[in-house]
Design a binder for this molecule. Sequence first.
Ligand code: UGA
Length: 444
Amino acid sequence: ESRMTLKITVIGTGYLGATHAAAMAELGFEVLGLDVVPEKVEMLAAGRVPMYEPGLEELLARHVAGIEGSSGRLRFTTSWEEVGAFGDVHFVCVNTPQKHGEYACDMSHVDAAFASLAAVVRDGALVVGKSTVPVGSADRLAELLPEGVELAWNPEFLREGFAVQDTLRPDRIVVGVRSERAEKTLREVYAVPVGEGSPFVVTDFPTAELVKTAANSFLATKISFINAMAEVCEAAGGDVAKLAEAIGHDDRIGAKFLRAGIGFGGGCLPKDIRAFMARAGELGADQALTFLREIDSINMRRRGQMVEMAREALGGSSFLGRRVAVLGATFKPDSDDVRDSPALNVAGQIHLQGGQVTVYDPKGMDNARKVFPTLGYADSAVEAVRGADVVLHLTEWREFRELDPAELASVASSRVILDGRNALDGELWRAAGWIYRAMGRPRS
Ligand code: UGA
């Protein structure tokens, strides 16, 4: 039996779903993607992506039916009937955002997707959950499917900005299954990446769900750990960048995810650690995760500290009437995502305290304007910096590392740059006459 015979559907076409659908087509499968938003389906069917993700449009163009030269293996629809009739394997990729005013995540999209799918799914099909959910959800969701339709849980670990490579060559593939048949089907789906060396970890439902939240909690902990060390370095006169480099040489610690700065944001890490705490509370295991509250508060404190660094750079009193240039709006580079972005949060706090904030971001301007229409926006880094009393570097885009400090020095009103990401070459900026300060590092 060839792997090409499995027909795959992908339900929900956000970051995760759009990338997964395109990757499955790249692996050789016939794929049908469903979204309940007709505009998204129209865009994707034309080979366009509703967000900025490097390489994704190219991948879609290789497979979306109707695009010249494509394989034609990838189509999109809004019809559940079509999805039910088509699919042997259905991947559920809808999002689970944080609930308003609560730590728990909102399962309404997952629940709705399962209800719709249950009504149309063919006997013998496999449903595979990929959304990030509270542990215990898979057991509950399995009950919603008709007899003869099995569930598996297969969390996703892709990073925005690297979504395509993370999906085609994942670090690991984790599958929670209840039968050998489900395992066999998923081995067939992932035969190519497994053949290329991606480890395939088979487990039960709760472990599969927990692997995802545990991984994100660990990453959040690593970032808050180094940010806590940054606070200590600030107090003691140490250099957190050197400290991170030195501890990172120990492979048990590892050098990655030790960049101190204004902390983590985005649609995943912050909400995942909160949802995890909420779920542990429901399970009576809240004590096990009280440390995550501290991880969250160290993280949130960084944003305030950046605001204070800016205030101090301006002489220590008020932001009123002062011009603040903000380089970066997205939660990280190579993305246009501004969800829970530390950069935009810092910009917003300074604006609310009376500062005249001008933001520039290579890809995040449209989304930033939607979230924060009252901030000033410039079309380039140079325009943002023109006349500024202080410059804040808050998202480490390559474009900002390649700026010419001498050119910016000629347009700024005062030459002070604060690096909230520890990513610029301080010596280069100082040589061009700037006062360069970075979080957790000595002044000169
Ligand atoms: C994160 C995880 O890295 C993925 O493995 C996971 O699949 C994904 O969440 C998810 O749950 O879907 P992502 O949100 O795309 O991916 O972003 P990260 O690369 O993890 O960065 C998160 C935040 O941490 C960013 O704001 C980044 O600026 C910050 N960060 C990262 C630091 O402040 N310091 C570091 O050293 C690394």
